[in-house]
Design a protein around this ligand. Sequence first.
Ligand code: APR
Length: 333
Amino acid sequence: MLKKIAVIGGGNIGGVLVQEIARRKLARTIAVTDPAPFINPNDPPEKQEVTRKQSVSKGKALDILEALPVMPADVRIEASRDYDVLAGAEMVISTAGVPRKARPDGTFPSREELLAINLKVTKHVADAIGQYCKNAFVINIANPLDAIVYTLYKKLAPPKNMLCGMAGVLDSARYRYFVAEAVGVSVENVEALVLGGHGDDMVPIRSCCRVAGMPVEKFLSKEKLDAIESRTRKAGGEVVGLLGFGSAFVSPAFSALEMAEAVIYDKRKIIPVCTLLEGEYGVNGLFVGVPAIMGAHGVEKVIEADLTDAEKAALGKSVDVVKKTSAEVDAAG
Ligand code: APR
């Protein structure tokens, strides 16, 4: 159990995170900060006054606190519109930012299209972490994932093991689920790895996919696997299209908690994580999803999987997308 974990952004993913951190008793104190609902300066003063008294994070925190006796869990939750509740956090999970949302015509933006708006939010997040808990281990979830983690790295300059992004666990969980469903076996039997950027060019690594230790090709045809991998790459969008109001929030929260628990319990678990590459996989200076050992020191060691030539080429294409969004971060200053 840590002394304190802070969740930045108490929206859909943030709410599940706070609830689960409490239920799993991962920290004695959970902090959650979110400025919502935002005050509209065009509203009449009396309406602004009503909005100022509301707080998404405080409302969610109170709801979860009132569930503690029947959870049961003895934890504290500090909720605020402001960032000062971050003080003393040993771990931060940031979800602050706008998610993808279906447009009235049913289409929806790419994660990369969220960059401009979420860059602005990330600047505030970086300042807050720097001011209140600069030594915390940070997991970012906000999209576009790889570029937002890169932004936090540029602003905070932490030791590289102390900052990472959550995407590969989720993408791999989606791949695992689809394979388990198609084979008709337990999800626990399926091991899988998705590498690269967290975009539609992510790379499901078929040569690393195993069903109870056996190659996945023993169970599924090439055509079936092609279809599953294509669905995996677009799985986030599939949920956005169905929900209408936003993007997936249970699976991302649970995936981030898989990473948090590896660190809290010093599991030294190999997990796909968005981390700074310095030559591994032929990439330098970018945050990209790769398998790494996660333990008490955070992201402890990148593992270089043996990839086929086709997988290497696909990874190169995915890295090019990360390079482009990271260059946009550099250009934005
Ligand atoms: N500081 C803290 N929180 C902020 C800030 C900020 N500067 N700006 C916005 N937020 C909050 C919003 O008020 C909102 O409550 O972040 C929360 C985000 O929650 P949701 O809109 O419900 O989005 P969610 O589904 O949780 O996704 C969050 O993760 O997967 C990504 O693409 C997704 O970028 C999105 C992020």
